[in-house]
Each structure stands twice: as structure tokens, then as C-alpha cells.
Design a protein around this ligand. Structure first.
Ligand code: MTE
Ligand code: MO
Length: 410
């Protein structure tokens, strides 16, 4: 079922287990009703896929800086499973407290009509954004993402706090440890994609956590969680469960594979023989990040150019705003400040990205090529590491070294 399993190592392992052939297997017709991926949505041809089943894709890096809000059809897509088909009339969100037998349900209409509509502009970034730079140091497991496995949208819906209150649950006084979210996309055993966040984080973010039914003022597209997804601003994409239909308040974390055995960070000496996923917490808030979207790596500036205009994004987790983006054209000896475009959010509650721009004079002794470096600083004065070596990890997550592009100057 999973494209990732269709590789020679797996086929070799299976071959050892072959006890015979029952009959000649007929060729699978083009569109197989049993193919769990037969009902995937149509997608923009502009997206650059890193895997087709499940579908994963990033937009061209350069388009990210064209819009503060990434258009829905260009928003990066990270699916672990087939996209479920959801009938909005039959949809309901079930809310349960562990140990209590009764759950409370809300229909899509309830979510839209019974609660004030809250809107937040917030980035979703995959933990694996920029993984391809780690791969250059040493192989890692995971999709080979470039620097566009993140996008920024305005999400609208009911606040988690309001909905829980209506269900009789008060986050402040409830003595429980975790809030779990389950999606409607399922693996072959019938287990859904799921995630959880610590109660402490849910309390801190309070009304900023949104049970979203709109993305940039439209229905959420199927790839992004139609009809409802949870938006937890400032934390890693993996917890922002799409096709959300169940919330459980519990003393346990989500038991889901992607909470327990994935999306965690280790140092470079931990490998697949000695890794123990239980030793570190699941990634929540993510570190300061930035990248250059223009000019493209490997591109050529105009003949005789004496300056270059550089554009990019910067973002940090935990609601930490971006205070500075620094650019260097000489390997980090001297620096220039980029002009930050305000995201109109408070510095200490900044969930959207900061787009930036700078026009820099080219060094006189460039010898036909120039390396442009960017790094950002967040409101906690966290900085990006200068290279990947010290942050390399077996899953290739949290890749946030100084971003570098090489351009030719003819
Ligand atoms: N939710 C469900 N139900 N299934 C998924 O596969 N992927 C997660 C998260 N929520 C996922 C999910 C991951 S790893 C990321 S990075 C984000 O969704 C991606 O959101 P997007 O596809 O809207 O960009
Ligand atoms: Mo992700």
C-alpha cells in the first residue's frame, strides 16, 4: 500500500518468505477500486511532488515570497496516508475525557454557528523542511524536502477553548496531562493519523488554538484537512491534525506512531541501531528558521550586475517573532540587515512568517560567482547554526542552518 515500502530491500526480504506461487496474478487495471489512492483530489501542476502516494509536495521556492498568505492550491502538502472522503453532512467532532464514558459531539454546522469565529495567520512547517541539506552530510530517512515544506495561511474556526468549554471541559482546572487529536485518514489496520500536545501548551495557547473550517477565507481544501483541522500556532506541522474528528483529554500522549516513533530530534551519534525514541519529547515548538527564495540557487544574475536583490522568509516557533534577518556575501565576515515586512502580529505572539527583502552591493572581487547567506534572529535572540554538521540527526528534522545560495555573475 505504501510507496515507501516499494523498494528493493523490502522486496528482497519478502522474497525470502515466498513459499510458492498460487496462480498467475492478473495485471492490475489502471484505476483499481481497491486502490486506497484512487480518490485523491486534483492538485496544482505547479506543486513539486516528493512522493505521489501518499501525496507530498512543495511549491516552487520562489512563489513563497510572492504572497504573505500562500494561496491554497500552492500550500505545501504533507500526507502520510490516503486523503479521506468526508461527507460534511455526516461529519461530527467527538470530544471525550479519558475515564468518562460519555462523549460530546458537534456537527460542522455547530462549529460554524455556535461559536465565535476566530481567525489566525499561522505558518505550518514540516519538521523535515530543508531535510535535503542534511542528506548532503549523511543519509537520513525521510522525504527529500527543499526549503518550501512550509507555508503561511489565515485559518478560521472555533477556538479549542470555546468548544471544550461548551463540552463542559475547562482547560485551566482539568487535572490531565495531554490533549489528543485524531484524524479520519487511516492506515491499513484502521488506525488513524493522530497526535497530541501537552496540556500545559494547550493552556498557554488557549484561544489561539483553532478548530479550523476555513483556510484563507475558503473551505479547507481536501489535501489540507477538509472539512476540519486543528491549527496549533507556533508548533510543528505534525501535530496540526487534518480531517480532525476526535479530541481526547487524557493522561497519556497520543499512542500514534508519528507521536511516539518519529518527529523527535537526536544528536548525530544516534543511529538506527541505538535510537530509543522514548528518551526525548515529541517536537512541539520549532527553532528559528529562514531561507532565501530569490534569487534561486545556481541562477545567473544580469550581465555586469553590481547589486543583487534578495528575498526570503523567516519564522520561529512558540510565537517568537523575527527581530532580524542578516545577509552576507563574503562567507559571514560582514553582514547586512534585510528589510522586514511587518506581519502585523505582536512580537511575542507572532505565528505568521516574516517576509524580507534586501538589495546588496556585490563584492568587487567576485570572480564570477557569489554565495549569499541568510540567517534570522527571533524575539528570544535565538540564532541559526552556521552549518548542518552539529545538528545532523537520523530523521533529518529541524534543519535550520544558515541558508546559502550560489549565483553566477557573468
Ligand atoms: N494530519 C493527518 N490527519 N494526517 C497527516 O498525514 N500530516 C501532518 C499534519 N497533519 C498529517 C496531518 C504533517 S507531518 C504536517 S507537516 C502537516 O499536517 C502538513 O499540513 P499541510 O499538508 O496542510 O501542509
Ligand atoms: Mo510534517
Amino acid at each position: 500500500m505504501y510507496a515507501v515500502h516499494k523498494n528493493s530491500e523490502v522486496f528482497e526480504m519478502l522474497e525470502e518468505l515466498r513459499i510458492g506461487n498460487i496462480f498467475e496474478v492478473p495485471k492490475v487495471p489502471e484505476k483499481d477500486k481497491n486502490d486506497p489512492y484512487a480518490n485523491e483530489p486534483l492538485r496544482s501542476p505547479a506543486l513539486i511532488p516528493s512522493s505521489s502516494t501518499p501525496f507530498n509536495a512543495e511549491p516552487p521556492l520562489s512563489i513563497l515570497v510572492d504572497n504573505f498568505l500562500t494561496p491554497n492550491d500552492l500550500f505545501f502538502v504533507r500526507n502520510h496516508l490516503p486523503v479521506p472522503i468526508v461527507d460534511p453532512k455526516k461529519y461530527h467532532l467527538d470530544i471525550t475525557v479519558q475515564g468518562k464514558r460519555k462523549s460530546v459531539s458537534f456537527t460542522l454546522d455547530d462549529l460554524k454557528k455556535k461559536f465565535p469565529k476566530k481567525t489566525v495567520a499561522s505558518v505550518v512547517q514540516c519538521a523535515g523542511n530543508r531535510r535535503s541539506e542534511m542528506v548532503k552530510v549523511k543519509a537520513v530517512k525521510g522525504l527529500n524536502w527543499g526549503a518550501a515544506a512550509l507555508s503561511n495561511a489565515e485559518w478560521s474556526g472555533a477556538s479549542l477553548d470555546d468548544v471544550l468549554k461548551k463540552a463542559g471541559i475547562d482547560l485551566e482546572s482539568l487535572d490531565m496531562e495531554h490533549v489528543q487529536f485524531d484524524g479520519m485518514d487511516m492506515d491499513p489496520t484502521g488506525a488513524p493519523y493522530g497526535a497530541s500536545i501537552p496540556m500545559e501548551l494547550a493552556r498557554r495557547l488557549k484561544k489561539d488554538i483553532i478548530i479550523a473550517y476555513e483556510m484563507n477565507g475558503e473551505e479547507i481544501p481536501r489535501d489540507h484537512g477538509y472539512p476540519v483541522r486543528i491549527i496549533i500556532p507556533g508548533i510543528v506541522g505534525a501535530r496540526q491534525v487534518k480531517w480532525l474528528n476526535k479530541i481526547t483529554i487524557s493522561n497519556e500522549e497520543s499512542s500514534c506512531h508519528w507521536q511516539q516513533k518519529d518527529y523527535k530530534g537526536f544528536h548525530a551519534s544516534i543511529d538506527w541501531h541505538n535510537v530509543d525514541f522514548s528518551t526525548v519529547p515529541a517536537i512541539m515548538e520549532t527553532p528559528i528558521q529562514s531561507a532565501i527564495c530569490e534569487p534561486a540557487n545556481g541562477s545567473e544574475l544580469e550581465e555586469g550586475a553590481d547589486e543583487v536583490t534578495v528575498k526570503g522568509y523567516a519564522w520561529s516557533g512558540g510565537g517568537r517573532g523575527v527581530v532580524r534577518v542578516d545577509l552576507s556575501l563574503d562567507g559571514g565576515k560582514t553582514w547586512h540587515s534585510a528589510e522586514l515586512k511587518p506581519n502585523n502580529q505582536p512580537l511575542y505572539k507572532s505565528y505568521a512568517w516574516t517576509l524580507w527583502e534586501a538589495t546588496l552591493p556585490l563584492p568587487k572581487d567576485h570572480k564570477g560567482k557569489v554565495e549569499i547567506i541568510c540567517k534570522a534572529v527571533d524575539s528570544s535572540y535565538n540564532v541559526q547554526p552556521d552549518n548542518v554538521d552539529g545538528i545532523w540527526n537520523l530523521r533529518g528534522v529541524l534543519s535550520n542552518a544558515w541558508y546559502r545560495v550560489q549565483v553566477k555573475v557573468p
